[in-house]
Design a binder for this molecule. Structure first.
Ligand code: SIN
Length: 305
C-alpha cells in the first residue's frame, strides 16, 4: 500500500486529508460515524476570545451543488475550548490545528499566546475570512495590510506553524498570500466560502438575517483550484487547499494545483463515508500508477509540466 504521509504547512501529516474548520465541530462530534483519527489533521471550529451565540436562524440553505451558511462564528470561546474541548482531543491520532478569530491584531496575539501554552495545539489557522460577521461580508482577508499586521502580531508570540485562511472574495488572492508570507505564515489556507445569497420567493427577501451567506461545496471546487494554482505558481508560501473536494479525484486535483494538503468541508455533512473512501481510493490510485508515495506522483506531474 502506498504511503500517504505528507509535509504540509510545517506539519508532518500521516495523510494529506484534513477536516475543515466549521465542518467537524471541535473534533469529536461526528465520532464514531467519522472517526477523527482518520484525518491527517483536524481544524477545529473557529474560536473567539469570548463565546459567541452566532447569527439568528435560519443559518443554512442547500444549493444545487453545495450549501450556504451564515453561522456567524458561534463558538464556546477560548476559555471553554481550553478547559473542555482541547483536553478531550488528547488521544486523537491526528494533528490538531486550532482555528481562531478576533477583532484586532492584539486580540489575535493574546489568544495565540494562551494557545501556545498547550502542547496539543499543533498549529493555528487564523480565520481572517469569515464572510458572516461584518456588513457585506467584509473581513480582514480583503486587506493585505490587515493580514500582515495580524500575522506579524501572532508570529511574535506563536512559534509553531501558523496558517492564514484566505477569502476568495478579492481581486487578487496571490497579493493577500504574499502579505501572509511576509508576516511569517507557514501556509495559507485557500479558500473560505464565496459570498452568496438565497431568495425566498414568497417574501422576496433573503432567508438570512445578515442577507448574504457563504457558499461551499462542489460548486466552488473550480474556484478553489484556481486560487490554489494562482498562489502556488508564485512559488512563495505553501498552500492548504479547501473548497468542494468530495472524492480522491478532487483531492488529487488540489495536490496537482500545488496544495500541500487538502481540507474536506461540506462533504462531511452530506457523505460521512467520504473520508475513509477517499483514503482507500487515494492509495489504490497511487498503487495502480506504480507510486509508493505522494511525492513520487508529484514528481511525475512536474516532469510532465
Ligand atoms: C461562520 O461561522 O459563519 C462560518 C465561518 C467561516 O466561514 O469562516
Amino acid at each position: 500500500m502506498a504511503d500517504l504521509l505528507v509535509f504540509a504547512g510545517g506539519l508532518e501529516l500521516k495523510n494529506p486529508m484534513l477536516a475543515a474548520s466549521g465542518c467537524f465541530g471541535y473534533g469529536l462530534e461526528a465520532d464514531p460515524v467519522i472517526p477523527p483519527s482518520l484525518f491527517g489533521g483536524i481544524v477545529t471550529k473557529t474560536i473567539t476570545p469570548a463565546p459567541r451565540r452566532g447569527n439568528p436562524v435560519p443559518r443554512l440553505a442547500e444549493t444545487h451543488a453545495g450549501m450556504l451558511n451564515s453561522i456567524g462564528l458561534e463558538n464556546v470561546g477560548l476559555d471553554a475550548f481550553l478547559a473542555d474541548k482541547l483536553p478531550a482531543l488528547e488521544d486523537v491520532d491526528s494533528k490538531i490545528v486550532v482555528s481562531v478569530s478576533a477583532g484586532s491584531a492584539g486580540e489575535f496575539a493574546e489568544m495565540a499566546e494562551r494557545l501556545a501554552e498547550h502542547a496539543r495545539v499543533d498549529a493555528l489557522e487564523l480565520n481572517l475570512s469569515c464572510p458572516n460577521v461584518a456588513e457585506h461580508g467584509r473581513n480582514f482577508a480583503a486587506d493585505p495590510a490587515a493580514v500582515a499586521a495580524i500575522g506579524k502580531a501572532v508570529r511574535r508570540v506563536f512559534a509553531r506553524p501558523m496558517w492564514i485562511k484566505l477569502s476568495p472574495n478579492v481581486t487578487d488572492i496571490s497579493e493577500v498570500a504574499r502579505a501572509a508570507q511576509d508576516a511569517g505564515a507557514d501556509a495559507v489556507t485557500a479558500i473560505n466560502t464565496l459570498l452568496g445569497m438565497d431568495i425566498n420567493i414568497d417574501s422576496g427577501k433573503s432567508p438570512f438575517a445578515r442577507v448574504t451567506a457563504g457558499l461551499s461545496g462542489p460548486a466552488i471546487l473550480p474556484v478553489a483550484l484556481a486560487a490554489v494554482w494562482r498562489i502556488a505558481r508564485e512559488g512563495g508560501i505553501p498552500t492548504i487547499g479547501v473548497g468542494g473536494a468530495s472524492s480522491a479525484k478532487g483531492l488529487l486535483k488540489f495536490l496537482a494545483a500545488g496544495a500541500e494538503a487538502v481540507q474536506l468541508g461540506t462533504v462531511l455533512f452530506s457523505d460521512p463515508g467520504a473520508p475513509q473512501r477517499i483514503l482507500d481510493d487515494l492509495a489504490t490510485h497511487l498503487d495502480a500508477q506504480g507510486h509508493t508515495n505522494l511525492n513520487s506522483l508529484r514528481e511525475q506531474w512536474k516532469e510532465q509540466a
